[in-house]
Design a protein. Structure first.
Length: 397
């Protein structure tokens, strides 16, 4: 064999070894990134024992984990938050005694799904759950979508059955393991391992153990990661079900202004979702919610609704454009009349600047960090105690 041929053989051999290492490590990570019955059970049991921060992967389907957590929390709560990721920052501390709240919201949760969850909880746990906060998202069209309300099962047995994943063909696993996002994620994981005080231990925890070692967050909270992504940054759900938003970037004024203007464009998901339905919330949703109100009140409870905050300036921009202004005003008029007729309050936090929220308290156009939500609820409870809140839409003057 000539020298160039030997060089080529060595080069190809090294490339093959690197490729095999990437494939093997990413296959190991990929299996756990999909989640499982065992991981959800272990993560839930660990949080119940320690009250630390964690979640059951993947982040796109944390409902099984939340259902297990709710089952453990039922003995010491009397309120629940349901909705999408726009209310995942709502914490138990935002509610005054005697309210003790668990946040059941999950990413991508439709209004139809939230209503089904509220109905299930009223039917099966009304002896404990007397209060409920329901998110009504107009910004991403949740209250307009033509999705039917279907019954759900929030029992632990159902949650664990949904945690069982179908078999994935080996070729599909290999393709996923060698994709650019997976390779990039592996690079970050290996960099974290190399910088750890105990690299060998960190390597074992990252690639072979079912979870990371326990560690402390900046605020002293205990955390443990059962996902292979978001390691070591305290990303996850707190004991009260709220999301930490750890590791996320905060908006700057310049970027926020650009996003607010962009939201009014005809191609924007915000204006499109709002105006495809002419700003009319789905009748089925309002009727199902109307039927729930007296059932909670009969047991001494109450339903409260929240139109989640959007970044300061965005709603103002949408009201400047005639087309989006007409749709948004119609949506609020319909919801306001519905709330007045049913003697309930909808906290209209869309113009978040009315509550004192700042641009830096947002992840993007429609995801507020807990700091903004704290301002919203603090103002609401203060005005409520002073008798300045009645049926209909509530927003500070």
């Amino acid at each position: 064999m000539t020298a160039p041929a030997r060089y080529l053989a060595v080069l190809l051999g090294l490339f093959g070894l690197v490729l095999a290492a990437i494939l093997g490590l990413n296959l190991a990570l990929g299996e756990r990134a999909l989640g499982s019955v065992e991981i959800n059970e272990l993560a839930s049991a660990w949080q119940q024992k320690t009250r630390g921060i964690t979640y059951g992967p993947p982040t796109t389907n944390t409902r099984p984990f939340k259902i297990l957590r709710l089952a453990d929390r039922l003995r010491d709560i009397n309120g629940v938050v349901v909705g999408a990721s726009s209310v995942m920052g709502v914490t138990d501390t935002m509610f005054p005694p005697p309210l003790r709240v668990y946040n059941m919201s999950v990413a991508g949760n439709s209004t139809a799904a939230a209503i089904a969850e509220a109905e299930y909880l009223e039917q099966h746990h009304s002896d404990r759950i007397r209060w409920m906060l329901i998110g009504l998202d107009w910004s991403v069209g949740m209250i307009f979508h033509p999705i039917r309300v279907m019954s759900v099962d929030l029992s632990p047995a159902a949650a664990l059955s949904r945690s069982a994943l179908p078999a994935v063909p080996l070729l599909k696993k290999v393709e996923d393991a060698l994709s650019l996002p997976r390779v990039s994620n592996l690079g970050r994981a290996l960099k974290s391992v190399a910088m750890a005080p105990d690299p060998l231990g960190s390597f074992r925890h990252t690639f072979f153990d079912i979870a990371s070692a326990e560690y402390r967050c900046a605020d002293g909270a205990l955390a443990r990661d059962y996902d292979v992504a978001n390691r070591g940054i305290c990303a996850g759900f707190r004991y009260d079900g709220s999301w930490t938003f750890a590791g996320e970037k905060h908006l700057t004024p310049a970027l926020a202004a650009m996003l607010a203007r962009g939201a009014t464009a005809p191609s924007s998901k915000f204006s499109r979702f709002l105006c495809e339905s002419a700003g009319l919330p789905r009748d089925e949703y309002l009727e199902r919610l109307r039927a729930l109100i007296p059932r909670f009140e009969k047991k001494g409870g109450r339903l409260l609704f929240l139109m989640p905050p959007v970044v300061p300036g965005m709603e103002k921009e949408m009201l400047r454009r005639p087309e989006t202004r007409a749709c948004l005003e119609r949506a609020k008029a319909v919801l306001g009349e519905w709330a007045r007729n049913n003697l309930v309050t909808i906290i209209d936090a869309g113009a978040s600047e009315r509550f004192g929220c700042e641009v830096s308290e947002f992840l993007d156009e429609n995801h507020a960090f807990p700091e903004c939500l704290t301002r919203v609820f603090s103002r609401y409870w203060r005005d409520s105690a002073a008798g300045r809140v009645g049926p209909g839409l509530y927003r500070p003057e």
